[in-house]
Design a protein around this ligand. Structure first.
Ligand code: GLN
Length: 539
């Protein structure tokens, strides 16, 4: 197609309706029809990126290959599409303002008064079209964070209105995602909040083209007619999005509802290629019909929040399907296990994953848990901080360096087995300054890692400041813990393993960011397989 087509997804009534999943599902369907599609997210908060946000505030921080710290929705986009996203796929108000203010300081505006309209909206419009213009996509889907009516999302809505006018209606379509609450006393789905939300959008000059309605109950024909009439959309453009058993059902549900067809019709995309969803369906088939099940403990300090470890949980779904195993993930709060005997919690598990994280809280709990799984030959997987904890545990209990620690937890530790990376020593600013994005890792011959990857050179994404301290490596190696992956240039230890153990792997990088439905991550696949074998052996 000569010019990219644009789809904008806005949200109404409440937050957390799943705009990211709807956007990713639509993208999946368009991709399955042979259209090159990308998704980007515009977030109305003032942080320049979510890298400095606490997971309690905003869920997991997702990291792209080019080292951007982004909103977790980008993870959904990659998992659904199996296409890499980049810095340009996530833009925040903070970044927009930063760029406009830099231009103002440079004198780019030639003495003009710099204002929200046109300067901020122009910057938004430029960024909305960046991927479409530079990457030759057929369709660019833009998800606007927040809820219509919020003060902070107004410049985005205005930018969409202007773009639609500039590019023409056949090149821009607006999907509005809303909630139809069910009143149990009246046994009725209510359309009024949706009508109001559509009206709010209209006050900003935008008539939604498509309504996607989140609901717990099926929409009757009458209700669809009513929504179409009062929300000013065509009858076929009222799309039901009923609660799904898994997010991976949503593309198929949207296909049944005809979301992709309505969008294509509006955008005058005439290619009549039927979507090829064979692989997607076969993944779902395996996911829903497991032959056995395993229980894996996820130890971290934000476990009470589903979104904090989103990519890890989804990686388990992919790896579970690949193994035809149901993975039950049991969240274990690291501060809780610090206070009591871990044995009881962990003895029942088929495997343990210690999650990434920052700071001291819950550290001793993680270490106690690792001692138990190491000594009892229970499969263990440590990611980033989880790997660093495994190193400290080994130093303390096997190398008998009882005061071994990470400099992150104790700056003056006499035995810093985990130390600050050289390039981090002069870093003062917190935002965007960690070692981020994809780095090469050379895998040692004859290791478990080599067997799992089937390769000796890999690329994995990072997000950390501290590293394995090489000065201690010989002691570890003589005592049975080996570095199975290192950065080929800096020699920084990227992965460790215990060859004497059933499955004991720690990685400094984040495999969870690159697991997708089409390509489940080999380490998660291997870990789930090991947990399953261990579970079978106990029967
Ligand atoms: N806090 C550790 C570091 O900065 C680990 C980071 C992480 O787990 N992402 O090195």
């Amino acid at each position: 197609m000569p010019n990219p087509k644009y789809v904008f997804v806005t949200g109404g009534v409440t937050s957390s309706l799943g705009k990211g999943i709807i956007s990713a599902s639509l993208a999946k369907l368009l991709q399955a029809r042979g259209l090159s599609t990308t998704i980007q997210k515009f977030d109305p908060y003032i942080n320049v990126d979510p890298g400095t946000l606490n997971p309690y505030e905003h869920g997991e921080c997702y990291v792209t290959e080019d080292g951007a710290e982004t909103d977790l929705d980008l993870g959904h986009y990659e998992r659904f599409l199996n296409v890499k996203t980049s810095q340009a796929n996530n833009v925040t108000t903070g970044r927009i303002y930063q760029s406009v203010i830099e231009k103002e300081r440079r004198g780019d505006f030639l003495g003009k008064t710099v204002q929200v309209i046109p300067h901020i909206t122009n910057e938004i419009k430029e960024r909305m079209q960046l991927l479409g213009k530079t990457k030759n996509h057929d369709v660019v889907i833009t998800e606007i964070g927040g809820t219509v009516g919020d003060i902070e999302s107004l410049p985005y809505i205005e930018a969409v209105r202007q773009l639609r006018w500039e590019l023409g209606r056949e090149n821009c379509v607006v999907i509005h995602l809303t909630l139809l609450p069910f009143l149990s006393a009246a046994k009725e789905l209510k359309t009024k909040p949706t009508q109001h939300s559509v009206k709010t959008l209209m006050e900003s000059g935008i008539n939604a083209d498509v309504l996607v309605c989140r609901t717990e109950h099926n929409l009757s024909d009458d209700l669809r007619e009513k929504l179409a009439l009062f929300c000013n959309v065509e009858r076929e453009a009222v799309i039901q999005s009923i609660d799904a058993e898994t997010i991976y059902d949503v593309p198929l549900m949207m296909y049944e509802e005809g979301l992709d067809r309505v969008v294509m019709k509006r955008l005058k995309i005439t290619e009549e290629i039927k979507p090829d969803l064979t692989n997607w369906r076969s993944f779902l088939q395996k996911h829903k019909n497991p032959k056995s099940s395993v229980t894996i403990g996820l130890i971290g300090k934000y476990v009470e929040l589903q979104d904090s470890y989103k990519s890890i949980l989804e990686s388990f779904v992919h790896a579970g399907a690949a193994n035809e195993v149901e993975v039950n993930v049991v969240p274990i709060h690291s501060s809780e296990i610090e206070l009591k005997d871990v044995q009881e919690d962990i003895a029942k598990l088929d495997g343990v994953l210690v999650a990434p994280g920052f700071g001291e809280r819950g550290m001793e709990g993680k270490i106690n848990a690792i001692t138990y799984v190491r000594e009892n030959n229970i499969p263990f997987f440590g990611i980033c901080l989880g790997m660093q904890m495994a190193v400290i545990e080994y130093a303390r209990n096997v190398l008998h360096i009882s005061d071994a620690n990470s400099v992150e937890m104790d700056v003056d530790t006499p035995n810093p087995v985990i130390s600050l990376m050289e390039e981090q020593k002069d870093v003062v600013q917190k935002g965007g300054t960690m070692r981020l994005g994809a780095w090469k890792c050379a895998i040692e011959k004859g290791t478990l890692l080599e067997k799992l990857y089937g390769s000796n050179l890999i690329d994995e994404r990072h997000r950390h400041r501290y590293e394995f301290n090489d000065a201690y490596y010989d002691q570890f190696k003589t005592n049975g813990l080996i570095a199975s992956g290192v950065n080929p240039e800096t020699k920084l230890v990227e992965a460790i393993e215990l060859p004497s153990h059933r499955w004991f792997v720690g990685v400094q990088y984040h495999p969870e960011y690159s697991s997708t439905v089409a390509n489940p991550h080999p380490l998660f696949v291997g870990f789930v397989k090991a947990c399953n074998l261990f579970a079978q052996s106990k029967k």
